[in-house]
Write a protein that binds this ligand. Structure first.
Ligand code: GLC
Length: 526
């Protein structure tokens, strides 16, 4: 069974994990120091958000050189040392790959700007103004405002699905594809185990550049970008040829993984596994980020996802990332324990986000400290509260940096940190450690089948089975005690409880009683 099926992925947002050189921003030297922590936590692979040279308009998602390391984070030697140390600890290393757009300072874009005749002009998406003047069509940038910026010197507009500092590459141009595939080879030769591909579903746009239709369901609480339905600006049929090509390149090297960032409804998402599974190994499943935190809603989601997967398509689950409100902020701190159990016991590869093991929530960032460009345009959607520094110990700045961190720590860092949580047997951190250890040990959890057992009140129960091994997971999504009548579970052994009940105890009654916010993993007898 391949490592990316069996294993657990952990996302590191490098600016915020560990500062090694005392400038208040995390870097590769800092991450190297913390690799033993990650190995001991029990994860299998680190996915590193972008560390490439970048003007940092979008904090690294605006790449100016795909084959280097930004001096803020280190250099290629530092990277090689990181890769070697990760390998020695048995950890895989997954890099971010940002193909949809470059930085406006990328040499390719500078050439593209130079003139309409420049050989690299067509590496980006240029269009004439609309007949009466103005942008070529109505497409919107994800961060607010139009997706087109006018370039007076050449009299055309260029497309940017994100910031104007992030011009979109033209993936219909075979030269762009070839150059970008060489980037993947460059990193795989350096020992990288795979890629998380940024905004994979947006790489190809409508060949005719038709207007996106108005979204009748938009309300002012939603992001500006959702005023339109991205019918023509994203998720085009031809993108699947690109996905298949990316997969072929990744398959040139043994045992690598291709993960795609895809925000689409379930039926569209699963098409990214590709025909005959020749697409992404793991189209990221973000559906938990958007589902109401209730037993019935989550149960319905899991069933629908399991049913929609193509034959042989391997599932995956994500609870938090650097773009969305953390799970503890969405579901509440008590339910973060239930969420941890859900994430690590569902069928498929889990991705953890750094800091979720501390229960970090929505860390308040005062207006004057806001860094995120989206947060500057649309404060309600600012991503800084999910990107604050990791809290390691009780020393200065929580052990993150000797200097003032680039984003504030959460106010309770003196009690909420890895050192303090490590000493508390009942902490969320230690719950994660036990869950990850159990998951690794039990084939039913890392490889077995999944079947629903019950949805009753606030309880969602399911089973995992591999050969003769059968485990039952029962989760209480509510703050009230729950009781589930299951005579078949009488005598079952408790392997793990989020609420600290004795492990190894057996259930004496025909009723399974769950404490408020409790999840349990049981091993039924016989
Ligand atoms: C992806 C990244 C996000 C970034 C955007 C533009 O959604 O996860 O952080 O801002 O792409 O690159």
């Amino acid at each position: 069974m391949s490592w990316w099926r069996r294993g657990v992925i952990y996302q590191v947002y490098p600016r915020s994990f560990q500062d090694g050189d005392g400038d208040g921003v995390g870097d590769l030297a800092g991450l190297r120091r913390r690799l033993p922590y990650l190995a001991e936590l029990g994860i299998d692979a680190v996915w590193l958000s972008p560390v490439f040279p970048s003007p940092m308009a979008d904090f690294g998602y605006d790449v100016a050189d795909y084959c280097g390391i930004d001096p803020l984070f280190g250099d290629l030697d530092q990277f090689d040392a990181l890769a070697a140390e990760a390998r020695a600890l048995g950890l895989k290393l997954v890099m971010d790959f940002v193909p949809n757009h470059t930085s406006e300072r990328h040499p390719w874009f500078l050439e593209s700007l130079a003139s309409r005749e420049n050989p690299r002009r067509d590496w980006y998406v240029w269009r004439d103004p609309a007949p009466g003047g103005g942008p070529p069509n109505n497409w919107l940038s994800s961060f607010g405002g139009p997706a087109w910026t006018y370039h007076p010197a050449s009299g055309q507009y260029y497309l940017h699905s994100y910031l104007r500092e992030q011009p979109d590459l033209n993936w219909r141009n075979p030269r762009v594809r070839a150059a970008m595939y060489d980037v993947l080879r460059f990193w795989m030769r350096r020992g990288v185990d795979g890629f998380r591909v940024d905004v994979l579903w947006r790489l190809i746009k409508d060949a005719q550049f038709r207007d996106d239709p108005v979204n009748p369901a938009w309300t002012p609480e939603r992001p500006q970008e959702e005023r339109l339905l991205p019918l023509f600006s994203a998720d085009q049929a031809e993108v699947h040829d690109v996905v298949a090509e990316l997969r072929q390149v990744v398959d040139e090297f043994p045992d690598r993984v291709l993960i795609g960032e895809i925000y689409l409804p379930l039926e569209r998402l699963v098409t990214y596994y590709g025909r005959d599974l020749a697409g992404a190994h793991l189209p990221f499943n973000f559906l938990l980020l958007e589902t109401a935190w209730r037993a019935d809603a989550v149960a319905a989601l899991v069933e629908a996802y399991e049913a929609a997967l193509p034959d042989g398509g391997w599932p995956n689950w994500v609870l938090s990332n650097h773009d969305r409100v953390r799970v503890s902020g969405r579901a509440g701190e008590r339910q973060a324990r239930v969420a941890a159990m859900l994430l690590t016991t569902l069928r498929g590869t889990p991705t953890l986000y750094y800091g979720d093991e501390l229960g970090l929530g929505r860390v308040p960032v005062p207006a004057e400290a806001v860094q995120d460009p989206w947060g500057k345009n649309e404060p309600a959607f600012g991503r800084d509260p999910s990107r604050t520094p990791m809290q390691w110990d009780v020393s200065i700045n929580a052990g993150f940096s000797m200097a003032e961190p680039w984003l504030p720590l959460s106010a309770d860092w003196r009690t909420r940190n890895i050192m303090t949580a490590g000493d508390d047997p009942g902490s969320l951190l230690n719950l994660y450690r036990r869950l990850l250890a159990l998951r690794r040990e039990r084939p039913a959890l890392h490889a077995g089948g999944w079947a629903p057992l019950a949805v009753a009140g606030e309880v969602f129960a399911f089973e995992r089975r591999a050969g003769a091994e059968r485990l039952v997971v029962a989760l209480n999504f509510g703050a009230e005690p729950q009781r589930l009548h299951r005579p078949d579970l009488a005598g079952a052994r408790v392997l793990l409880s989020t609420a600290g009940r004795d492990e190894g105890a057996t259930l004496a009654e025909p009723d399974l009683r769950l404490a408020p916010d409790e999840g349990v993993i049981l091993e039924p007898v016989g």
